[in-house]
Design a protein around this ligand. Structure first.
Ligand SMILES: Cc1cc2nc3c(=O)[nH]c(=O)nc-3n(C[C@H](O)[C@H](O)[C@H](O)COP(=O)(O)OP(=O)(O)OC[C@H]3O[C@@H](n4cnc5c(N)ncnc54)[C@H](O)[C@@H]3O)c2cc1C
Length: 385
């Protein structure tokens, strides 16, 4: 029964659905000139002007209070906007982390001054944040982070290194998980979250190139970076609890299901042009959809738990794990399908999109938490370890 309880709501309430047509009409026009292989980047894409347009439409910070530049709407209205943005492959990477994670974190744990300072520009699509959790020798074992901030007369003195920080080269701020007291052996104790202005002296950001040739993640070095006392978000030593709650937002959203959806749509459009589509292709289309639909329902069910103020860590891990498995399956299966058509003329843009996703999809099961770690969490949640 407890597992079934996790699957309560699987349909988006009408007040959320009401927005879909307007968002869809806007996107149809906004992305019409962007080629599919660029749209396939979607939440990894970077386009600050587009983020500002969304801010002007009121589609950023939808759930934030109006006192902080938000629109006080329900979480499902935001879910619908996010779902449509991803399905159109809109370039949302600039504001993605700030709007999904950083501003909600500041709203939940920050001081009044931090909320007033940081949240309104996020809702306008002008202020971008990155997440500094991973470190070269900590990786999945976040509790052993070594980057340390020592309290001093001026606030906090920060030293250390982060890695794989998405979009650090484009962001104004990082929320970093760092050790502020105790030793690495203390594990979850003594960790805190600090807002780091990436323009401060002593911060060095070095982009890393991935297999597709993009440089969307970075190494970030901190050498005697002096932070003000109000850099601390929430309570000193409570970083682990704060980060764990934050990860449920990161892992359960539609972005964990739809990374390959631009390719899937393009391939379906190609099948529709064929006089007699292959029976195997039609079977594959049905198979992908019958895997996508229940995963989306699960993501909606997790969203409902988040709305109720719960922290559905295990259910979110399940969405992330199974969602990314499907996101990796789609390019692999479509490649097999296209390669089976000897001599057929396959649209160039479809091949470019397939090429891009083939190169980036291996990272889907790494970013946001590796598959092995998520499966360990799910096993623990089921009482199996
Ligand atoms: C595209 C992309 C974007 C990213 N963006 C960010 C970001 O913005 N911010 C950020 O902080 N991080 C980011 N990451 C980092 C990502 O979350 C890390 O790659 C991840 O936490 C794993 O760390 P690691 O690479 O050091 O691997 P390791 O932790 O060294 O793991 C290597 C392998 O060992 C397995 N493993 C490790 N420990 C265990 C265990 N206890 N039990 C079982 N298996 C285990 C892992 O599952 C993995 O398969 C990003 C990664 C990618 C690929």
């Amino acid at each position: 029964m407890t597992i079934l309880n996790g699957l309560g709501l699987t349909r988006i309430p009408p007040e959320g659905e009401a927005l879909r047509a307007e968002v869809r009409a806007f996107l149809q026009d906004a992305v019409k000139d962007i080629p599919a292989h660029i749209r396939a980047k979607s939440w990894s894409g970077y386009d600050p002007a587009f983020s500002r347009r969304l801010g002007e439409k009121g589609w950023l910070g939808m759930t934030f209070p109006t006192a902080y530049g938000g629109h006080a709407q329900g979480a499902f209205a935001r879910y619908v906007v996010v779902e449509e943005l991803l399905n159109f492959g809109a370039p949302v990477g600039s504001h993605w982390i700030a709007e999904r994670q950083s501003a909600p974190l500041i709203l939940k744990y920050g001081t009044e001054a931090q909320k007033q300072r940081y949240v309104p520009p996020v809702a306008r699509g002008e202020s971008f944040f990155c997440i500094g959790m991973s470190e070269p020798n900590a990786g999945s074992d976040l509790a052993s982070v070594r980057t340390r901030a020592v309290p001093n007369d001026a606030g906090w003195l920060l030293n250390g290194q982060k890695i794989w920080t998405t979009n650090a080269q484009h962001c104004q701020y990082m929320i970093a998980l760092v050790r502020t007291s105790g030793e690495a052996a203390d594990r979850h104790k003594g960790l805190s979250q600090l807002i780091v202005d990436l323009n401060l002296p002593g911060v060095t950001v070095r982009p890393i190139e991935d297999m597709s040739g993009d440089s969307h993640f970075c190494e970030v070095f901190f050498e005697n970076v002096q932070l003000a006392p109000d850099a601390l978000v929430g309570a000193e030593g409570q970083g682990w609890e704060q980060v764990t709650a934050e990860l449920a937002f990161e892992r359960s959203g539609p972005e964990r299901l739809f990374s390959s959806v631009v390719l899937f749509d393009q391939w379906l459009a190609f099948l529709r042009t064929e006089a007699t589509p292959r029976a195997e292709s039609l079977r594959l289309a049905g198979q992908i959809l019958t895997r996508l639909a229940p995963l989306r329902a699960l993501s909606v069910a997790v969203q409902e738990k988040l709305v109720q103020g719960q922290s559905p860590i295990v259910e979110a891990a399940l969405v992330k794990d199974q969602g990314t498995v499907l996101e990796q399956y789609i390019p692999a299966a479509i490649a097999d399908d296209l390669m089976a058509r000897e001599g057929a003329a396959i649209p160039h843009e479809l091949m470019l999109t397939l090429n891009y996703l083939t190169l980036v999809s291996p990272c889907y099961t790494l970013r946001g938490g590796t598959r092995s770690i998520l499966r360990g969490m799910i096993a623990r949640g089921l009482g199996l370890r």
